[in-house]
Design a protein around this ligand. Structure first.
Ligand code: PLP
Length: 397
């Protein structure tokens, strides 16, 4: 951050010289988005979902920024990311839920990480690890309330509840939570939403009747946090919304929910050159120039997460003007047809997406162009894209 620029914009914090593509991650936006989400769910604690390298934004910097906004819990799908978070010195509660037999449950328990159980094998391995360590493992029982994915379904829930209670009476585990996940959270009026809540509440009652003293009951992802207060319970688990993207773009964009997209993806032209009318551009000549023109070569491609489905459709901004990708998205590069009068030259910055406040495309625009969801646009960004953090507090939390 330069001293002359107190409020950093992407231009104020420089990427590494010669960096072909840079994602600027606005950590102040993450912190602010978490605050906004807490206002949406004032009666609940907030668990910031930072799985998948914080949806491509960077695990540890985002986790610290989320904690600064009041996230008292952090969550990752996979155990290794939970361990990496704890080993980075983060003190918040950490919850992780997706593993296979042989996972390092001992490593998790030793690091005071909360674990989920969806199946008997998981409970058995967690219990064995806790016993070997002489510790009590903190456990959240996952009930499949109708997503048909992870979680114990129907009598399977009663089964793991009964086994977990036996282990709890022996001090091997402590059942702190019952939790689940929605199938249609992005359609709050869908009948499955109410039904899943009823199944969830029945599972909670069953656990309490079996003697559980639950600390957190949790069901809400971003969409339910924003649109369904009756699903907030004790803890909400937003992911996408902490990155400032709308989980329900049909109902409202980021601005409508007071969220600010945290990622701005930029690249720099590697080449700008003239081409004559009628010249095919990129593989299979899917784009053909209609007049003498200048084309710009942008050094990002599907290896970096630019969806090939966005060929001829993905939007970019150059010097404040919007263009579409010209022709095929290649592994390492895309092109834009800039027109004969473009002053663009090699080294100039191209914005693929950002908050949209200055007319640049958004991750949601790319999602539409690629017939997908904004989750996939940000999460797929590859390691060749440099991440530069702006707007963070200087103090590590
Ligand atoms: C990914 C995930 C979330 C967060 O979902 P968003 O839609 O990004 O808010 C919450 N809970 C579970 C179990 C998840 O897998």
């Amino acid at each position: 951050m330069t001293a002359s620029q107190p409020s950093p914009s992407p231009a104020a914090v420089q990427a590494r010289p010669g960096s072909p593509a840079t994602a600027y991650i606005d950590l102040a936006a993450v912190t602010a988005n978490v605050r906004v989400l807490r206002e949406h769910a004032p009666g609940a604690q907030l668990l910031a979902v930072v799985k998948a390298d914080a949806y491509g934004h960077g695990l540890v910097p985002v986790a610290r920024a989320a904690a600064a906004g009041g996230a008292s819990w952090l969550g990752t799908a996979l155990l290794d990311e939970a361990i990496a978070l704890r080993d980075s010195g983060i003190h918040a509660r950490i919850f992780t839920w997706l593993n296979v037999p042989g996972a390092d449950f001992a490593g998790a328990i030793r690091r005071d990480i909360d674990l989920s159980a969806s199946a008997p094998w998981q409970l058995n391995e967690i219990a064995a690890a806790a016993q070997a360590l002489g510790c009590t493992a903190r456990l959240h029982l996952k009930v499949d309330t109708g997503l048909g994915r992870n979680g114990a379904f129907g009598p399977g829930f009663t089964e793991i509840l009964t086994s977990a209670r036996k282990l709890e009476r022996r001090g091997i585990v402590r059942i702190v939570g019952v939790w689940s996940h929605f199938a249609y959270a992005d359609q709050p009026d869908h009948p499955t939403v109410r039904h899943q809540q009823e199944v969830f509440e029945a599972a909670v009652r069953e656990a309490e009747a079996a003697g559980c003293d639950l600390e957190v009951r949790h069901l809400a992802n971003s969409a339910a946090t924003l649109t369904n207060p009756s699903a907030h319970y004790d803890l909400v688990r937003p992911g996408l919304a902490i990155y400032g993207l709308s989980p329900v773009p049909e109902l409202g964009d980021s601005t409508a929910y007071g969220l600010v997209p945290a990622m701005t993806l930029t690249a720099r032209f590697a080449l700008v050159k003239g081409l004559p009318a009628g010249q095919g551009v990129s593989y299979a000549h899917q784009h053909v120039t209609t007049a003498d023109t200048r084309v710009g070569l942008i050094p990002v491609g599907y290896a970096d997460g630019i969806p090939r489905h966005a060929s001829s459709r993905g939007p970019v901004a150059v010097g404040g003007r919007r263009y579409l990708v010209a022709g095929r998205v290649c592994m390492d590069q895309i092109l834009v047809d800039l027109g004969a009068d473009s002053p663009a030259q090699a080294g100039d910055q191209v914005v693929l997406f950002g908050p949209g406040a200055e007319g640049e495309p958004t991750a949601q625009d790319w999602a539409i162009a690629a017939d997908t969801i904004s989750y996939e646009i940000v999460t797929r960004l590859g390691p060749r894209v440099e991440r530069v953090y702006v707007g963070g507090s200087e103090e590590p939390s």
